[in-house]
Design a protein around this ligand. Structure first.
Ligand code: ATP
Length: 299
């Protein structure tokens, strides 16, 4: 019986190896086919700016669903909107509408649970984080001035910037007047240990700091602090100028910003309720009309 079993074992084993070999061959062929399919795919989705370039990138949100945790309520419930490359797009809406969450998802501080987010035509999940972070610039609301000189503040995240690049960022953000006024120009200490800057100047310093990193998409959470007429006008000019060269997505708290925007996305309760220009929305959207009536200084 033992001899018979041994005989069976030797008979069956090669058949098993043969089957295994066949499976491996099939897997190999399938893998080759898949590689061929991948090779045949376009390297980047159509319309995408090439990686590593300075060209502005667009953004799409397609039916995006998001909550901050399993036991938390849904923040975004099927959010869809499109930001073409270049130009100024404003996000507006009452407090809690989900505007800051749009920024948090674009920076990939959180992952959305459903739907698709693209930057430069590419699924946000496919962006290497380091590449994504160098593509995006973020200017926070009421950005603090760091302890140190104005130069240090501007070069904080772009130590390798040239003097020319620094001067250009200063000119683009209308900070020349400030530099001329400061006793030691760019080398004057600012912040709580030095010359105090106004809310408008602080925001322009933050924009200049972000521009020195050459972002292809600038996320700007507009300062809520009241600005005097001169600073308000300067900020409007700066945003318009930056938007001529890169994509700017701004959480807007000011009417002067939205009236200039190429498009405005009106958010409410975790959804997008309307998209249009200021003139279009004033005529078509009741919530927008109300926001406009209160000058957007609502959140
Ligand atoms: P605001 O203008 O007041 O900043 P917003 O439109 O930017 O409002 P979000 O900050 O995106 O709105 O908040 C949307 C919802 O998500 C709110 O209900 C808020 O309480 C909730 N939320 C925001 N951040 C978190 C977080 N880190 N954890 C849990 N819930 C959060």
């Amino acid at each position: 019986l033992i001899a018979f079993l041994l005989y069976l074992f030797y008979l069956v084993m090669p058949i098993g190896q043969l089957i295994q070999g066949g499976v491996q061959l099939q897997q190999g062929l399938a893998a080759m086919k898949r590689i061929k399919e991948i090779e045949d795919l376009p390297a980047e989705p159509v319309g995408a700016a090439p990686a590593g370039s300075d060209e502005p990138v667009g953004v799409t949100f397609d039916d995006v669903v998001f909550r901050y945790g399993d036991d938390r309520p849904v923040v975004h419930d099927g959010v869809s909107f499109e930001v073409p490359p270049g130009g100024l797009t404003a996000l507006v809406g009452p407090s809690g509408a989900g505007k800051s969450t749009v920024f948090a998802l674009l920076e990939r501080f959180y992952e959305h649970q459903a739907g698709l987010i693209t930057i430069g035509g590419r699924d946000i999940r496919d962006w290497p984080l380091s590449e994504l972070r160098s593509t995006l610039g973020y200017v926070e609301q009421d950005a603090p001035v760091l302890a140190g000189t104005l130069r240090e503040n501007l070069l904080f995240a772009a130590q390798e910037a040239t003097e020319d690049e620094l001067n250009r960022a200063i000119a683009r953000t209308r900070l020349d007047d400030l530099v001329a006024r400061l006793p030691e120009g760019l080398d004057t200490a600012v912040g709580h240990r030095g010359v105090l800057l106004s809310g408008g100047e602080r925001q322009r310093v933050a924009i200049a700091r972000a521009l020195l990193r050459k972002p292809r998409l600038l996320l700007l959470d507009e300062a809520t602090s009241q600005l005097d007429a001169v600073n308000e006008l300067r900020l409007r000019e700066v945003i318009a100028e930056v938007a001529a060269e890169t994509t700017v997505l701004v959480i807007a708290h000011r009417l002067s910003t939205v009236t200039n925007a190429d498009r405005i996305v009106v958010m409410e309760g975790g959804g997008v309720r309307a998209v249009g220009t200021h003139a279009e929305l004033v005529g078509a959207d009741e919530l927008y009309r109300e926001l406009a009536a209160t000058q957007f200084l609502v959140s």
